[in-house]
Design a protein around this ligand. Structure first.
Ligand code: BES
Ligand code: MN
Ligand code: MN
Length: 460
């Protein structure tokens, strides 16, 4: 398979570059047509690799693309999920090359080159690996399982319309395993299979003080300044041990056993390379936990954006009427995201001083997910990674979220296997996002092995 992948290298990369040129920014209304264009591109690509059924499903948001390849009724079915939408690329000035004009550049970590573009890793590049792996298997007449594709365009904005779609198409979407490449490995030398994702609860808050902006000389010192108040309120959301200070927040958190913690920490990055990679001199976080634990098995709270008052050039003396912040909480089993959102709101209102009004809205959310390591799918994946990377992949819990994964289990009753190939350094969601050519090619190779291994194990 390695040779076959190598033989198709140029054409696969060329196709991916084409896909990366379409700015499928799901969050921005102005790009609605581009998002649609991307969906149609995926639809064509699914046709080209030999799907018998391909359909574009319109939703109230962005379209969902569905494809299906049937080999035999008795064969197992793999449902591949991925997303073709991307995060907004801003701030544009921090990109070394335009986000939707992909270029291949060599870097220290990627001596064989990496593709720089928004979506290169998250998730166009990783999703596209499945199409190409299936294409190669079809060409070699070696595809012996049924495959279904669900490629959506709203993952980066919370998958709002996917739940209805899967609920409405339960029988069409039945499978033996759901397979996703939208997570990461530690390094090309030390691959991993992701066994967990954190949940998410995303809030927006507004603090309103006086009914208009005020002169800070005439009124300063006499009114609760919404920005000062918001900062104090936010500061109080963590205690001195950097634990989240919301009553009930930890009530349902599953604590991991000491042995399990020890085992997972064997594969943590050392503190110095972690700090150097992101240019900080000290780490922060919940007392009593390692970096790895803080970013995978512990729940957190972070401000994602904060604004209000005068932020233009120079100085303007003003007390703003309003201050705003966007706050996310990453969740772990068994925290329920809706409960956490309610606890947040209740607490946030309760700590407001007199003289301000509080508004709280809940954006999207989702639960955490943990997948078993003793399943057939996991074993097949382990074998495939081992063969391609030359080493047994370790199990790793990731800090990011894919809210549809627990939803799949709830609605469709299927488990998900997370076979990611990205690196933390790929700068997903950041300027200069990229995806290593080796990661892309090795990913395809691993997937071409996974499908037949899974089928064989399944039929034993
Ligand atoms: N692919 C990421 C999630 C991810 C990345 C998980 C790396 C594990 C490792 C996904 O596209 C993403 O960005 N999810 C969002 C949540 C969504 C509701 C906006 C996230 O985690 O912030
Ligand atoms: Mn993603
Ligand atoms: Mn993402």
């Amino acid at each position: 398979m390695k040779k076959l992948v190598q033989d198709h290298k140029e054409i696969f990369i060329e196709q991916l570059l084409e896909l990366l040129k379409i700015p499928s920014i799901s969050a921005d209304r102005q790009y609605k047509e581009e998002v649609k264009k991307t969906a149609l591109w995926i639809k064509n690509a699914l046709n080209d690799i030999g799907c018998s059924t391909v359909q574009l499903y319109e939703t109230e948001g962005h379209p969902i693309v569905y494809g299906e390849i049937r080999t035999a009724d008795k064969a197992p079915t793999v449902l591949v999920y991925g997303h073709y939408d991307v995060q907004p690329p801003d701030p544009l000035e921090l990109w070394d090359s335009p986000p939707f004009e992909p270029v291949i550049k060599k870097t220290e970590l990627h001596p064989n080159g990496a593709i720089f573009a928004r979506g290169a890793c998250d998730d166009k590049g990783q999703m596209f690996m499945h199409l190409k792996a299936i294409e190669l298997l079809m060409k070699k007449n070696a595809l012996n399982c049924n495959v279904k594709f669900v490629i959506e365009g709203e993952e980066e904005v919370g998958s709002d319309h996917l739940e209805k779609f899967i609920t409405d198409h339960k029988s069409m979407l039945q499978s033996d395993i759901i397979l996703i490449s939208d997570t990461g490995i530690n390094s090309i030398e030390n691959p991993a299979i992701t066994t967990g994702l954190r949940g998410l609860s995303y809030m927006e808050v507004t603090v309103t003080g006086p009914n208009r902006d005020l002169h800070s000389g005439l009124y300063g010192g006499t009114v609760a300044n919404p920005i000062n108040v918001l900062c104090e309120m936010i500061a109080s959301l963590h205690d001195e041990n950097k634990r989240v200070n919301i009553p009930g927040f930890y009530d349902r958190v599953v604590e991991i056993s000491e042995t399990e913690r020890q085992k997972m920490n064997e594969n943590g990055t050392d503190d110095n390379s972690f700090k150097n990679a992101i240019g900080i001199e000290a780490v922060a976080g919940e007392k009593g936990y390692s970096i790895l634990e803080r970013r995978s098995i512990r729940p957190t709270l972070d401000v994602n954006g904060i604004w209000g008052g005068y932020t233009g050039e120079g100085a303007k003396t003003v007390i703003a009427s309003k201050a705003h912040a966007k706050i996310s909480m990453r969740l772990v089993p068994d925290q329920d995201w809706k409960t956490i959102s309610q606890l947040f709101e209740k607490h946030f209102r309760s700590i407001a001083p007199q003289g301000v009004k509080i508004d709280v809205t809940t954006h999207h959310g989702g639960s955490a997910y943990v997948t078993p390591t003793d399943s057939l799918a996991y074993k097949a994946a382990e074998k495939a990674y081992h063969e391609v990377f030359g080493t047994i992949p370790h199990a790793k819990r990731d800090g990011g979220s894919i809210p549809i994964v627990p939803m799949f289990e709830k609605v469709l009753g299927s488990k998900t296997l997370l076979m990611g190939f990205g690196l933390d350094s790929d700068a997903i969601h950041s300027p200069n996002e990229h995806y290593g050519i080796d990661n892309f090619l090795k990913g395809i190779e691993t997937l071409t092995l996974f499908y037949p291994y899974f089928t064989t194990l399944h039929q034993k």
